[in-house]
Design a protein around this ligand. Sequence first.
Ligand SMILES: Cc1cc2nc3c(=O)[nH]c(=O)nc-3n(C[C@H](O)[C@H](O)[C@H](O)COP(=O)(O)O)c2cc1C
Length: 310
Amino acid sequence: MTNIDAKVLRNCFGKFATGITVITAVAPDGTQLGLTVNSFSSLSLDPPMILWSLDKKSKSLEALEQATHFAVNVLASDQMDISNNFARSSDDKFDDVDLIESKFGLPLLAGTVAYLECKNINAIEGGDHIIFIGQVESFETNDKKPLLYTNGQYTIAARHPLTKLPDAGDAEDTKHHSSDDFIVPLLLRSYWEISDPFYQELQDEGIPVSHARILVHLSHETELTAAELAKAIRVDMASVSMSINWLSNNGHLDTVAEDKYVISEQGLVHLNKVQSRAQRFEKEILDGYSDEDVDMLKTMLRKLIYRQDI
Ligand SMILES: Cc1cc2nc3c(=O)[nH]c(=O)nc-3n(C[C@H](O)[C@H](O)[C@H](O)COP(=O)(O)O)c2cc1C
């Protein structure tokens, strides 16, 4: 026994950011098993091995000890619901979950960033957990973004702003393009780099970006028709109508005379949520740049937009 407080220690462990996996297997009686696990780690390249640990109190312990194989499904950033689903102790975890074909008859989850099919080669005691060691027999990856977990919260990955861009000849999406000498492609690419992870974050929060942009616009312009909104946020009428319908049905917009829309009280609450996320996101993105650099960039962009000082 030590005098370490388990709750405080858990918080300390949580400082270490991890990905999220769902370990799946088939019990000897044919039942499909699956549980959310972030204790996964690579172990050895030659031979190819991985490990993860299971709470001795888990309902799946006995079946996993007997399973000849298990799969490690590495979750993608849009699979938070899958993580929550498999973190429940329940017999219906596989209801409504899409599976893909496996070489070893394992339940492989669709839509992940990677999976590894492993032979279950060892189980070692580790305090209140059992460490499972698997030999990798087959694996697949793709370019989706992974779901991350730190400080007890789901997060997503973004390139650190202080990391040096790879030299030309490295990854296709980050190499120096000849178009980098022109302002418009530079603006476009910097917009995509920053907005993609932010929009993904909003999407994961259940706030589609087109809806959010309508609310932001109405907070400046107060009353606009659907056509004016479509023009302002540069999307087609069909998409803007869909967003307006959703926002109206959810009480975020009110209609005023001549088919003009205004933001409702509830819409303002929703907008505040989006804006505080945007502030936090901007802080993260700009972390490491000096205040002077940031001010200069913002000033220059405003000058370009409003054609000032020329
Ligand atoms: C983000 C996250 C990570 C987790 N990591 C582990 C883990 O590494 N090992 C573990 O035994 N349980 C872990 N759990 C808890 C299990 O997923 C949860 O207790 C699950 O219900 C166990 O399945 P069972 O019903 O088969 O026992 C984690 C849960 C979450 C949300």
